[in-house]
Design a protein around this ligand. Structure first.
Ligand SMILES: NC(=O)c1ccc[n+]([C@@H]2O[C@H](COP(=O)([O-])OP(=O)(O)OC[C@H]3O[C@@H](n4cnc5c(N)ncnc54)[C@H](OP(=O)(O)O)[C@@H]3O)[C@@H](O)[C@H]2O)c1
Length: 241
């Protein structure tokens, strides 16, 4: 199951998982875009299930998990990727902005983990891959609320990795640096701003969408069975500098 699979990093992860042999339940709010991802999954020879889902609503995530299990047979991999960002100085942010980002970025991850919990625990196996952000560790003006949600995802991942180790479930996170997607395309279309953002990145480039899939596949596969509670930074060196 992949949330936020309608475009961007979530679509790239869903397609990489399909190419690695997974049937994929695809979740987001836009059905039309999910159907495009579904076509890609089917081109890779796997089954796709499209489930229109708002990850901030627990009942909808519970229905997504139930659908994945009944239509695809089982649930082994949970990728909590859906996310939103609004960038502005904190003094200009409102309580609605706070709730908007917390509800999707943090509650959405909690909902995915909670809805999958009884099934993964009962089968004594599972791979949870949360999508955090380099912002969960590195300060960037304008990103305070977003960063707080992503720091929360890193902490949730660490604690749940420890809590679920006894159940045979691994919980890890990917913290992407800059990848050009709908979330930040306007910033990268502005040459001055783009240059400013890349100045902090030792490799001086954004990530390519095809660079995230292999890491998600690694964290979703037996190759990472001894790793849990970790956040892996895929960021061109941004967090290391
Ligand atoms: N791009 C980057 O540079 C970057 C860097 C660090 C971390 N990230 C993280 O990577 C993840 C993917 O972001 P992206 O860059 O691929 O952005 P994106 O292209 O804007 O995609 C965001 C995805 O989340 C879905 N989504 C948003 N709100 C949702 C909701 N309430 N319920 C269900 N799905 C929802 C969107 O689908 P619908 O609109 O159809 O619902 C879309 O599929 C996010 O968690 C983001 O914070 C991105």
């Amino acid at each position: 199951m992949v949330t936020g699979a309608s475009r961007g990093l979530g679509r790239a992860i869903a397609l990489a998982l399909a190419e690695a042999g997974a049937d994929v339940a695809l979740a987001a709010r836009s059905k039309k875009d999910l159907e495009e991802t579904a076509q890609g999954v089917e081109r890779a020879g796997r089954r796709a299930l499209v489930v229109r889902t708002d990850v901030s609503r627990y009942e909808e995530v519970e229905a997504l998990v139930a659908g994945a299990r009944s239509e695809l047979g089982r649930l082994d991999i949970v990728v909590n990727n859906a996310g939103v960002a609004k960038v502005a100085p904190l003094a200009e942010m409102t309580s609605e902005d706070w709730r908007f980002m917390v509800d999707v970025n943090l509650t959405g991850v909690f909902n995915g983990c909670r809805a999958a919990a009884p099934h993964l625990i009962a089968q004594k196996s599972g791979k949870v891959v949360n999508v955090a952000s380099v912002s969960g560790q590195v300060g960037l003006p304008g990103y305070a609320i977003y960063a707080a949600t992503k720091g929360g995802v890193i902490a949730l991942t660490r604690t749940l990795g420890v809590e679920w180790a006894r159940h045979g479930i691994q919980v890890n996170a990917i913290a992407p640096g800059w990848f050009v997607t709908d979330m930040n395309a306007p910033a990268f279309a502005d040459p001055k701003l783009s240059e400013r953002l890349l100045r902090d990145v030792p490799m001086r480039r954004t990530g390519r969408l095809e660079e995230i899939g292999p890491l998600a596949v690694y964290l979703a596969s037996a190759a990472s069975d001894f790793m849990t509670g970790q956040t892996l930074f895929l960021d061109g060196g941004y967090s290391a500098a």
